[in-house]
Design a protein. Sequence first.
Lengths: 616, 344
Amino acid sequence: MTGKTKKQFIEREDVVVKFVGDSGDGMQLTGTLFSDNAAIGGNDIATFPDYPAEIRAPHNTIAGVSGFQVHIGKKVHTTGDLCDVLVAMNPASLKANLKWAKIGATIIVDADSFDERSIEKAGYKTNPMDDGSLDKFNLIKAPVSSFTKESLKELTTDVKTAEKSRNMFALGIIYFIFDRKFDTTFEYLDKKFKKNPLVSEINKTVMKAGYIFAENVDALESQIHIPKATLEKGKYRNITGNVATAWGLLAASEKSGVPLFLGSYPITPATEILMELAKHKSLGAKVFQAEDEIAGICSAIGASFAGSMACTTTSGPGLSLKSEAIGLAVMTELPLVIVDVQRGGPSTGLPTKSEQSDLYQALFGRNGEAPCIVIAASSPSNCFYFAFEAAKLSMEHMTPVILLTDGYLGNGSQLFKIPKMADLPKINPPIAKPNDPDYKPYRRDPETFVRQWAIPGTEGLRHRIGGLEKENIIGTVSTDPQNHQLMVDLREAKVQKVADFIPLQTITGKENADILVVSWGGTQGAVLSAVEALQAEGKSIAHAHFNYIMPLPKNTADILSGHKKIIVCELNSGQFVNYLRMKHPENQYRQFNKVQGLPFFVNELTAAFNQILEEK
Amino acid sequence: MENYTVERSKVELTKEDFVSDQMVKWCPGCGDHAILSSVANVFPKIGYRKENFCLVSGIGCSSRFPYYVNTYGFHSIHGRAAAVSSGVKIANPHLSVWMATGDGDSLAIGGNHFIHIIRRNIDINIMLFNNQIYGLTKGQYSPTTPMGSFTKTSPQGTIEHPFNPGELILGAQGTFFARGVDTNPKMMTEIMFEAARHDGTSVVEILQNCVIFADKTHAQITSKDLRDDHQLHLKNGEPMLFGKEKNKGIRMRNSRLEAVEIGKDGITEDDILVHDQYQQDPGLHLMLAKMAPPHLPIALGVIRSAMYPTYDDLVEEQIKYAKENSKIKNMDDLLNSGDTWVIE
Ligand SMILES: Cc1ncc(C[n+]2csc(CCOP(=O)(O)OP(=O)(O)O)c2C)c(N)n1
Ligand code: SF4
Ligand SMILES: [Mg+2]
């Protein structure tokens, strides 16, 4: 670059950058280009898109604000609390997001967009650029729109095109601030617009113009360097939790040799799993978009009976609709993976916001004694492994598994070390052999209590199953009192037995720390960051993060005992803590809860933990 | 298009091959017994391996059906048989999937799944036991109970307009619709054989008598003195004649169907409509499905049997195409596709 001044470099362990603008401003793409570039450059990344709830909200209003947050650093566990750099393409997006900027953050605005009408539409009384309300920040008034137009003078005079490529000007500024090379991004643009090289040229030109602008702005005193991540060697990609979930299911299907069937009905924020699986017919996945959630799960149960690795994907309201059918899968002892990408509830609740809303529902939301295996993923990339695990446990134990993820995990993205299929564990479903003279529908493995999977079409194994209580071993309908007791006990014992097949619970920190922080599912990144921060200060604090919930790992009692205090943190009113009170009443539990449709922030957790540590 | 056929039995099967060891628990005199017998008769005739039959049902008296047939069977939950059987068939198109369901099971709680399975034309044979009542729960009115009927939940008579299942099925773009009656097992067997031959969703409505809670609900059609004048037995390619002497027929006049007598007012057999069950246009099929006494006889037999691609075949086609044309052949390919980078 042809820099006027050489600016000084500062080192930062991690930085949070948020791109915000109107829905049509291309903020998702801008953020993705930046995070991919950072990842390829060797940083660890985590991203989260912040879509407006409305599809086509009025232009330049708060309702139409779309954002994309990128956390880059040497090692990042979360998508970041508050941002260090905020790029706001219009007044409404600044208004909606200023509360997420750190004091002293660099705020880059498109100064051209702050005309009277847009300022008023955003709900500002006065122009925030001049009224002193941004004094606490490092405000960069960038003439994004006019400079974009100017830079394109020789390429196009089309106003719309210039308008559309404004985001690339902002991206150019960011590339300067973080001293990024254009190469990967330019390659991407060339590939994307192979058929239309002019568009690629326009984007590149605008991006360069943004870069040069930044170089010459005095307010940008320094450039930021972020040390490379200390990641394990290997091949990486960026992946969202929903795509990782879809791929984990596909991987389990390939590994087990059992074809995948998905029956599902679209619902935010789970729909991407359905859309992703629909793309992979070449791997034999059969994807059935059902007429509702009930048909989604019931078709999956039918497919499971017919010998498929059956799955259904949904979010809270959909899980409610599936309750009766989950009971059918429990009763018929058929494998079934139910993925619940949790969102704010009850009812329609907060569809686009995350919450650990459905643990009670997953554990208890059925009629009768209907135990299911319940597991929870804890990062976008480990959704892959927990989806794989859900399918494995479900098939090997012949029972439904509920996998809980959430909107943050599902839509958030993270680096993913690409596994080799050969390295994944084997999956051995108990498929009954043709003409087995000993086959009985409800004969069980004496160790695991698992019945066999006799697939229609197989010679010599014709049988009938259903939702009515079955007589032990032979599987005919039975209302016998003792038999019902036995079958209820067997179904429970079968699920409890799974504890022998899952990993022991681990703990980060000392086993007899003053406080043990307990969390589960999607909050791992934030809680771990908070615990590590306090551990670095020498505080006596440990962390146990649960991914296996029903059954709990066998050493759970040991893990929980031996700490002076236990605090259970959840994004609900206390569903896991009450489950622990029920399962391990010998301990005293405190709880830290938040139900705002927002993730935990590291600083609110450290504050809460410090307060407990300071108590006498 | 390739057809995903069901494997045929190498040996000749008999009715006994399909009778299960379970005691049949329907009330004595219930129409369901005759339907069971027809199915046991027709399955060996259809000729598939017995392991390739799969029976799915919902909940109701009628839905106990799978327990009594010695095939693979699944007694699911109320209203959901259509969804369960859709999954069975899509997962394994080599099965001959049959569904037993009631007027409550499929037209009330399961109405949504019922119209959608038909719209998709998944190759499943649906037997809709229409007794115009909720049998299993002991006599509440159903979506097919005639207006004004007195039932346990309508002491002053029902005030709901009933569904005519045929109308609903054709409205949902049904490709196969037939109607039988439990008093005529021979015809039921013929209809079921045709249903099995049809590629796509076939619905066979069976007018079934519940002796306990809605006895004689179909008496207008089944009683000895009325049945010849009130039943039209449709046969493809044959004129629509009925009556004891086969001297009555159906003709089209002023865009309406009308029952006429041959020889009267100069009417000859040439005026009588000839049944074409295979025609694509459902217009006349719908008119036939809606015919009802006293002015018109009820149409029995195969009313519609039109050729359309089936959902399950199209699924296999798409998978085959994707397998042949996609660069992604296995999971390692997928995991390594798109933007990736190596960290040394
Ligand atoms: C979710 C649910 N709701 C209600 C019932 C009670 N129930 C069982 S069968 C039935 C109606 C059955 O009527 P129909 O489908 O016509 O079958 P029939 O007994 O007449 O053959 C009802 C309401 C149930 N089993 N499950
Ligand atoms: S109640 Fe009616 S439908 Fe049910 S078995 Fe008895 S006669 Fe048949
Ligand atoms: Mg009924």
